[in-house]
Design a binder for this molecule. Structure first.
Ligand code: GLA
Length: 402
């Protein structure tokens, strides 16, 4: 009897020790759609079902988008056993039915909760109920969890996210774990062992170059978020990504700005989580969000985040090493007026200490492809001269020729 008890204890102990994050998920940056940027708290099951329909019919699914994620405000209370209760008014069919619907479209289903006592919108949080929540998510067929950081006074971030990671692991269903802690406690340091992506900043704001002051907190335009990524690229890689927040493409910026925003998120190997109303996409928005050649830069199997190589007169040059010896280069014009690019490939030997790759057009000739016009753009044998409109990019892919 003693031996059996001992064996049982050992088993429980070893199971406990083994709790970890699910590996082999998000080997390229996750792609999907989330309700928050467009709908905030005004969500219901109809909106989510339509999002799934539109992701398929618009070509987004075909371009690689896969997760439909419900953000804050789907939950309303807890039952007597502590299980979370979806809002019966806005989600009358329940979450399982919704997840089944999303799955029936060949897509994956994501949900939102918070490490604190309440979510940011004041709905019930997961603090103290991690096991019940993880169990429920597994039963419903959840594939992705965004886990926020509001109302967490006195909590340790790493510990709180580890508790949820372990609960998810024990619930047994592989779930991508999205840490939404806004970069407050350097999640890039501890995040890789706990989650698959971690927010590096506060919330994005739908503008290219502004900061929105909300009194006690601020949200950030595209360029501010971009600048906050400095020094973080070494923490990202397959299965663990820096998350500069969801996309605002199609939510009101002009096309140039949307294109620049999307291109930079591709260069950063950022999760591509659309945040627009996919039922009302302009042709331009659709063209940006479904640009497969730009997306290929983001989803490149090497999984190396791009870097800022040079800055001159508001014109930035960014590079991203890609698999098979290719490179992406993106000239970003931050100014409100046009900028001229001149780039003599042969005089630039660029070494990336992270990937240990060198771009040397003196020894290798690369062909150039413009990823927005989707046309050939000559090769690196000749210096590049071009213009980049205000708040726009010139994005090229370099492929070595023999
Ligand atoms: C926080 C997150 C946002 C969103 C809201 C929901 O602000 O950072 O992305 O999830 O909460 O309340």
């Amino acid at each position: 009897m003693k031996q059996i008890i001992l064996l049982f204890l050992c088993l429980v102990f070893s199971l406990h020790l083994q709790a970890q994050k699910f590996e082999q998920l998000a080997m390229t940056p996750p792609m999907g759609w989330n309700s928050w940027n467009k709908f905030a708290g005004n969500i219901n099951e109809e909106i989510i079902r339509k999002a799934a329909d539109n992701m398929v019919s618009s070509g987004m699914k075909d371009a690689g988008y896969e997760y439909i994620v419900i953000d804050d405000c789907w939950q309303v209370s807890r039952d007597s056993l502590g299980f979370i209760v979806p809002d019966p008014k806005s989600f009358p069919s329940g979450i399982k039915a919704l997840a089944d619907y999303v799955h029936s479209k060949g897509l994956k289903f994501g949900i939102y909760s918070c490490a604190g006592t309440k979510t940011c919108a004041g709905r019930p949080g997961s603090k103290g109920y991690e096991t019940q929540d993880a169990t429920m998510y597994a039963r419903w067929g959840v594939d992705y969890l965004k886990f926020d950081w509001c109302n967490t006074d006195g909590q340790n971030a790493q510990q709180s996210y580890t508790t949820m990671r372990d609960a998810l692991y024990k619930a047994g269903r592989p779930i991508v774990f999205s840490i939404c802690e806004w970069g407050n406690n350097k999640p890039w340091i501890w995040g890789p062992a706990i989650g698959h992506l971690w927010r590096t900043t506060g919330d994005i704001y739908n503008c290219f170059d502004c900061v929105q002051n909300h009194g006690t907190w601020s949200s950030w335009g595209v360029l501010s978020i971009l600048d906050k990524q400095d020094g973080l690229r070494q923490y990202a890689g397959p299965g663990h990504w820096n998350d500069p927040d969801m996309l605002e493409v199609g939510n009101g910026m002009v096309a140039n700005e949307d294109r620049a925003h999307f291109s930079m998120w591709c260069m950063l190997a950022a999760p591509l989580i659309a945040g627009n109303d996919m039922s009302k996409m302009s042709p331009q928005t659709k063209e940006i969000l479904t640009n497969k050649e730009a997306i290929a830069v983001n989803q490149d199997a090497l999984g190396v985040q791009g870097f800022r190589h040079a800055v001159s007169d508001s014109l930035e040059t960014w590079l991203k090493p890609l698999s098979n010896g290719d490179w992406a280069i993106c000239f970003l014009n931050r100014a409100k007026t046009v900028r001229k690019v001149t780039f003599d490939w042969k005089t630039q030997i660029i070494f990336d200490p992270l990937s240990k790759r060198t771009l040397n057009a003196g020894t290798t000739v690369y062909s150039l492809r413009n990823l927005w016009t989707k046309t050939g753009a000559g090769n690196t044998g000749k210096a590049l001269t071009a213009t980049v409109p205000a708040h726009d990019v010139l994005m090229l892919r370099l492929t070595a020729t023999k």
